[in-house]
Design a protein around this ligand. Structure first.
Ligand SMILES: [Ca+2]
Ligand SMILES: [Ca+2]
Length: 638
């Protein structure tokens, strides 16, 4: 029996048993409940006071949990912002989603269904308020093209780093915020505007079914909260660094605002027809760690009652990256005071809410409805199904879980690890060597779960770049850092000899041209065209060396701005004496994700033309980009 009802709440249940049973008996009937989903950005599993956190005060969330169901084994779709939101919105795991990189604006494909587009077909009003992260402006991924009547907030995640940007975005139009200059500099705290709009959306649609999605930005950094917010007074005098106090205040501000939404639903008489979820978006980040608190001052991944830790944190696929707080509340339908250890994750939200709305779900999703767990199996009329496996991939890392058994490949050169989370929740005892057959069962399933990523596309990157600059008040063109890496010239053919003979495509619309690979300027780069026909590897460049040369290698510098979009992974090089005389490649390599220049050296070959073929990209996307290329070698004497 999975569900645990505490003794205290059992008494309440008994008192109101008749009323409860009546409500439960009709639960399976389609009633199109309102759905409110509040997703905090970066709230760790152990950062609720009901879980014993010694610092953070979350009375309204604790109360919400006491009035509904709290989950101990609900997991994020991914361990960073954009990929996890894509799993949430599409009902797919990260081996099938279109947004697997966390660049900030990577788009959904044009045709993809989301929770909102599906609920729309059942007549729901659909609103989103907060951080989208599944497609920048000017792309196929914008929320208003994926089922949202309205989305107000940040489309790009870099934009979302500032609570004081000059503007936020509503249905791709800019909404100015008075007297804001980016960063922490301004007078209009964006998050207040966003929460107010969400509450107004609920009021405006109280007489029809609605989906109110609130992927709010706090407590993600920059850690800003106005000094006159009541939550600041709670922590202002604590003996922690200011950032840790600001973070704590942001958590309590979110807690208060969740309470305001619940109060609003009550005041509007909507409580009993509204299912409200609250969760984090990815595992805790161990913020503000120091010698005394190696896992962060507030201990997002440390059980304050037992000291047991979740390994890892935001950004990796150990439990610390995936564990999130999760609460569901629906008075009259979800019995109060329950703690569920059902193992589920973000892809399950879509089939759950579409079932409640009476909408047929797409057949290509990976999620399972948790309606039987929420409402009770008798109300749902069937037992709660469980996953054969849960799957995650992120930037070279892979993890798969079957029940309590989890296999993880942490990326880089390390191999697969295997853990029994029932006995070893901290993932300390690697069973891979002892249980090769069990490991093989999981890795075979993991291999089958992965499909190559197919991202959406941008039609106009300039407005997207403008949103990214807005983080800094618009001052920082192209998100280019003040200091960039420079490619060493030593051992290279003189740059003035080189010219671009040909290239597969270039993004001429925003001036990311093939010639930028050899202009000696690390701030300019080549990017392949964004048009769908050419968005496939291989991409290629042919460089004319200006005469016969001995070629010993290739030097490569990745783009130096904030995006990794297109940075090279697998490449091959061929050299020939004529541009149509290339034979087999002379060398292949896979470059890694670093801003410093990287080199591919090979046995000397002779020729006048060098062809670089790009076979893959560091984030698995379909593009290619290069800031600088150099050819290692020397001219041959005439
Ligand atoms: Ca996040
Ligand atoms: Ca350049």
């Amino acid at each position: 029996m999975r569900r645990v009802v505490t003794g205290v709440v059992l008494a309440i249940l008994t008192c109101s048993a008749n009323g409860w049973m009546t409500a439960a008996a009709s639960a399976a009937a389609p009633s199109r409940p309102n759905i409110v989903y509040i997703m905090a950005d970066e709230l760790g599993y152990f950062e609720l006071s009901c879980l014993g956190n010694p610092h953070l005060k979350t009375p309204r969330l604790d109360q919400m949990a006491a009035e509904g169901m709290r989950f101990t084994s609900a997991l994020a779709g991914s361990s960073v912002c954009a990929p996890t939101r894509c799993c949430f919105l599409t009902g797919k795991h990260s081996g099938h989603t279109s947004v697997r990189s966390n660049g900030g604006g990577t788009p959904l494909r044009a045709e993809e269904e989301t929770i909102a587009s599906l609920l729309k077909t059942a007549g729901y009003a659909t609103g989103g308020f907060g951080k989208w992260g599944c497609g920048g402006r000017g792309s196929t991924g914008v929320p208003e093209k994926h089922g949202f009547d309205v989305f107000l907030g940040y489309y790009d995640q870099v934009h979302a780093h500032s609570y004081y940007p000059p503007y936020i975005v509503r249905n791709s139009e800019e909404v100015p915020l008075a007297n804001n200059r980016g960063g922490s500099d301004g007078e209009t705290y964006s998050h207040y505007v966003i929460v107010d709009a969400a509450k107004q959306f609920i009021r405006d649609h109280k007489d029809e079914p609605f989906f109110c999605y609130m992927p709010i930005t706090p407590p993600h950094g920059i850690f800003d909260i106005p000094d006159d917010d009541p939550a600041w007074a709670i922590y202002r005098d604590e003996p922690w660094p200011e950032q840790a106090r600001r973070y704590a205040a942001m958590v309590s501000m979110v807690d208060r605002q969740v309470g305001e939404v619940l109060d609003l639903l009550r005041d509007l008489g909507l409580e009993e027809n509204t299912l409200v979820f609250f969760s984090g978006d990815n595992g805790g980040a161990d913020y503000f760690s120091n010698k005394e608190h190696p896992r962060g001052i507030h201990g997002a991944n440390v059980n304050p009652k037992t000291g047991v830790e979740y390994r890892g944190k935001k950004g990796n696929l150990y439990e610390g990256g995936l564990r999130i707080p999760m609460i569901a509340r629906w008075p009259g339908r979800i019995a109060p005071g329950q703690v569920s250890d059902l193992l589920w994750y973000f892809p399950d939200v879509l089939p759950t809410v579409t079932e409640l709305a009476g909408v047929a779900m797409p057949d290509d999703i990976d999620g399972l409805s948790i309606v039987p767990e929420l409402l009770g199996e008798s109300a749902a009329g069937r037992p709660q199904p469980t996953h054969d496996y849960l799957y995650w991939e992120l930037g070279g890392q892979t993890a798969i879980r079957m029940g309590d058994i989890k296999a993880i490949h942490p990326g880089n050169k390390r191999g697969w690890e295997l853990y029994d989370l029932a006995a070893d929740p901290s993932e300390q005892h690697d069973l891979a060597a002892d249980r090769p057959e069990l490991l093989a069962k999981l890795t075979v399933a993991a291999e089958a779960a992965h499909t190559p990523v197919e991202e959406g596309v941008f039609f106009d990157t300039e407005i997207h770049e403008r949103d990214r600059r807005a983080k800094f008040g618009g001052k920082d063109p192209n998100g280019m850092p003040a200091k960039v890496e420079v490619m060493p010239e030593e051992g290279l053919l003189p740059r003035k000899r080189l010219s671009i003979h040909s290239f597969s495509s270039e993004a001429s619309g925003n001036s990311r041209l093939a010639v930028h690979t050899i202009d000696g300027n690390p701030r300019t780069h080549w990017h392949t065209a964004y048009s769908p026909e050419v968005l496939k590897h291989p991409h290629e460049l042919v460089i004319d060396l200006g005469g016969e040369a001995t070629v010993r290698g290739l030097r490569y510098l990745a783009r130096q701005d904030n995006g990794w979009n297109g940075a090279l992974a697998a490449v091959e090089v061929a050299v020939a004496s004529s541009p149509d005389g290339f034979g087999e490649p002379v060398a292949k390599t896979t470059f890694t994700k670093r801003k410093q220049s990287q080199e591919l050296l090979f046995a000397p070959v002779h020729g006048r033309y060098l062809r670089l073929r790009v076979l893959s990209e560091v984030n698995g996307g379909p593009w290619a980009s290069i800031a600088e290329l150099g050819v290692v070698g020397e001219p041959e004497p005439k």
